[in-house]
Write a protein that binds this ligand. Structure first.
Ligand code: HEM
Length: 140
């Protein structure tokens, strides 16, 4: 009996788990009232999109380096507002919580929150807002 093996069993995420998470998540995205229209307008090849996202998440979470791409550039130019990011993360969190052990779900939510935050700033819908919900303008 080896303690490090036992803890590895709990901590190990597999590509199959990520594929299931991605598959269920985007099935829900497609029919979501706010997210669905943005994705359905941009994506024709859903199996291809899911496969790309499995490679993205396995690069992030498993270090496989199988993803090549530029997520920031892909999101610029899409009609995305702050609420899209909030719905995206809520749905990701709910799907991960259903499909993964709690530790792994928390890990995937943590990654998505961090990546989502930089994407938000990249597409110009960062979290810095004033009370009225106006974007903070930098005065030169
Ligand atoms: C918050 C965390 C998010 C993550 C981690 C994420 C991640 C990604 C990644 C890795 C891609 C593939 C980029 C490529 O083609 O190489 C992608 C594509 C895409 N994302 Fe996101 N995304 C996030 C949020 C959002 C939100 C809020 C929306 C809008 C509702 C969105 C809409 C899209 C669309 C439409 C594409 C396909 C773009 C295209 O192929 O032309 N994403 N996303």
């Amino acid at each position: 009996m080896n303690a490090s093996n036992a803890s590895r069993d709990i901590d190990t995420l597999t590509e199959a788990q990520l594929a299931l998470l991605v598959d269920r998540f985007y099935d829900r995205v497609r029919v979501h009232p706010t997210l669905g229209p943005v994705f359905n307008a941009a994506i024709d090849d859903w199996p291809g999109h899911k496969a790309l996202l499995v490679s993205f998440w396995s690069s992030v979470a498993l270090g496989t380096r199988s993803y090549r791409g530029n997520p920031m550039a892909k999101h610029r130019g899409l009609p995305i507002h702050a609420e899209h990011f909030e719905h995206w993360l809520d749905l990701w969190q709910a799907t991960a919580a259903e499909l993964l052990p709690a530790t792994q779900a928390a890990r995937m939510v943590e990654y998505a929150t961090r990546i989502g935050r930089s994407l938000r700033y990249g597409v110009g819908v960062g979290e810095r807002t004033r009370g009225l919900g106006l974007p903070v303008m930098d005065v030169p």
